[in-house]
Write a protein that binds this ligand. Structure first.
Ligand code: F6P
Length: 544
């Protein structure tokens, strides 16, 4: 099979990258006073300024030619149509059906799944309304005020990220906790101050077999029963979110208290399924529906907008430009909003578990780079930690800056500028500094001594995207998440990899399963690992 590096558009891009390597953003902006307005796009309430990228009009044309030549549009349409594009697991990829409005039709194996989606949403809403109103009573007759979500990976990162993001809209007399780590510290610290009689535990696991989640769920049950004393308490205090009804039943949770989803929803794409139950409990069914509408608006934008103005396509292809033609190893995501503190961590799973692959759909080893390392944290904190390296280090780090025109927490500052202006001034200042830098001449003109001047020079030409929205609402958050879901899709489609499996997490799971009994066996087990692993296990056994 020919690889994508043999495609005409790929080769054109390789040549074009060489020919334009000397270009500086200073020159590109000087040559076109309208660049800042021209290189922008809008969709689903999000405004994208991509003008501060090392691209010319020709670069963009070539990048979109690559998207077309690799069949991104056909792959996108196949996904929306419910074709089994997750070929290694033989599954459709239909997280977009989770936010399809009632009345839409999405067929999987001859069945319209939209009514199923809305049936579960309706049950979730009825349950959430009862808990929020205090009419769902615990075993001792008290309303449940604490909600503990137990899950890991996609069954944790989405809910915790979205809960933090939408905390402003949350019902404040409910306490939400998210337990994921199998380290007992996580469960102990997150439940230490909770009264079991007022606590609802949501066990969230697509497979209901994940070691960490099952261990935490068992221990949470023991914690609850130690206080409430009676096995029948489980029915009022435990609910499950899963695709595996048998395992839920075996665990002892009544399937009447189970909220289902389907194998065509990948774990890292599941936060808008029943996996979002904890979020719905916090913000209420109406806000949850607004979130789904935001996702859906971005889905429609991705499905219908011409590639030239299509936000996920633009973000995906720009990322690919640095990843494949400028040797960038990583990509930073820098939200300028405290509520989005967990967004980079969420994107790490979304992007790195999806596109951390080195084998194409037809089983060939790629001769090109695939998914980048994703990292970041909220501005302005990052500015006082790692931005130094982005500004003056030796590595090229493309970055997305995310900001909002209106704050949810206005704090006026006497005579000074309001907090939000201080925050947003930093967004605009950082991307300006990264793009344009400060030349040696400018530094010397300020009177800096010649021997210090090189330290004060900023080369600039460091690429950024700026994503601006009016306000962080459930709708905006949905659109933002869908933007990144589809960005990841676009890149995976170009790289011809399967963005929807995760075999790379299996080996460690299997080996851990083997090692667990070796750690607490009474007699010294016959260890058949390498000498390093054997020695570490022996040392642990003697000191545990
Ligand atoms: O890390 C592997 C993984 O399978 C993720 O893809 C998934 O989100 C996570 O484990 C949790 O899986 P589950 O929801 O089945 O417990």
């Amino acid at each position: 099979m020919p690889t994508i590096t043999q495609l005409r558009s790929w080769q054109d891009l390789t040549a074009h990258a060489e020919a334009t390597r000397h270009l500086h953003l200073r020159d590109l902006f000087a040559a076109d006073p309208t660049r800042g307005e021209r290189l922008s796009a809008e969709g689903a309430g999000l405004y994208l300024d991509y003008s501060k990228n090392r691209v010319t009009d020709e670069t963009l044309t070539l990048l979109l030619a690559l998207a077309r030549e690799t069949g991104v549009e056909a792959r996108r349409d196949a996904m929306f149509a419910g074709e089994k594009i997750n070929v290694t697991e033989g599954r459709a990829v239909l997280h977009t059906a989770l936010r399809a409005p009632a009345g839409a039709t999405v067929m999987v194996d001859g069945r319209d799944v939209v009514p199923d989606v809305h049936e579960v949403l309706g049950r979730m809403a009825a349950f959430a309304d009862q808990v929020r109103a205090g009419t769902w009573l615990g075993h001792t007759g008290r309303p449940l005020r604490n909600i503990v979500n137990i899950g890991i990976g996609g069954s944790d990162l989405g809910p915790v990220m979205a809960f933090e993001a939408l905390r402003h809209y949350a019902q404040r007399d409910l306490t939400l906790r998210f337990v994921s780590n199998v380290d007992g510290t996580d469960l102990v610290e997150k439940t230490r101050d909770l009264d079991p009689a007022e606590t609802l535990v949501i066990v969230s696991s697509k497979t209901f077999t994940t070691q960490e989640t099952m261990a935490n769920a068992q221990s949470a049950r023991a914690w609850l029963l130690a206080a409430l004393g009676d096995e029948s308490a489980v029915a009022r205090h435990f609910v499950a979110v899963s695709t595996n009804a048998d395992a839920v039943q075996k665990f002892g949770i009544d399937t009447a208290n189970m909220f289902g989803f389907w194998d065509w929803v990948g774990g890292r794409y599941s936060m808008d399924s029943a996996i979002g139950l904890s979020l719905m409990l916090a913000v209420g069914p109406d806000r949850f529906r607004e979130l789904l509408a935001g996702f859906h608006d971005m889905d429609e934008h991705f499905r219908t907008a011409p590639l030239e103005g299509n936000l996920p396509v633009l973000l995906g292809m720009l990322g690919l430009w640095y990843n494949n033609f400028h040797d960038a190893q990583s990509h930073a995501v820098l939200p300028y909003d405290q509520y989005l503190a967990y967004f980079p961590a969420y994107l790490q799973q979304l992007d790195m578990e999806s596109n951390g692959k080195h084998v194409t759909l037809d089983g060939q080893t790629t001769d090109y780079q695939t998914g980048p390392v994703i990292w970041g944290q909220p501005g302005t904190n990052g500015q006082h930690a790692f931005y130094q390296l982005i500004h003056q280090g030796t590595k090229l780090i493309p970055a997305d800056f995310i900001g909002f025109c209106q704050t949810l927490n206005p704090l006026p500052l006497g005579d000074g500028a309001p907090h939000h202006d201080l925050l947003m001034a930093n967004v605009f200042a950082q991307t300006e500094a990264l793009a344009f830098g400060k030349s040696l001449d400018a530094v010397l003109a300020e009177g800096v001594p010649a021997d210090l001047a090189p330290h004060r020079v900023f080369d600039g030409n460091r690429p950024t995207n700026t994503i601006l929205a009016d306000r962080l609402t459930p709708h905006t958050l949905g659109a933002l998440i869908a933007l990144y879901e589809h960005k990841v899709f676009v890149q995976g489609a170009v790289w011809n990899i399967n963005s929807f499996d995760q075999w790379g997490v299996e080996l460690g799971k299997v080996l851990a399963g083997k090692i667990v009994p070796e750690l607490h066996a009474d007699a010294e087990p016959e260890l058949q690992h390498d000498s390093s692993t054997n020695t570490l296990i022996r040392r642990y056994r003697t000191r545990r």
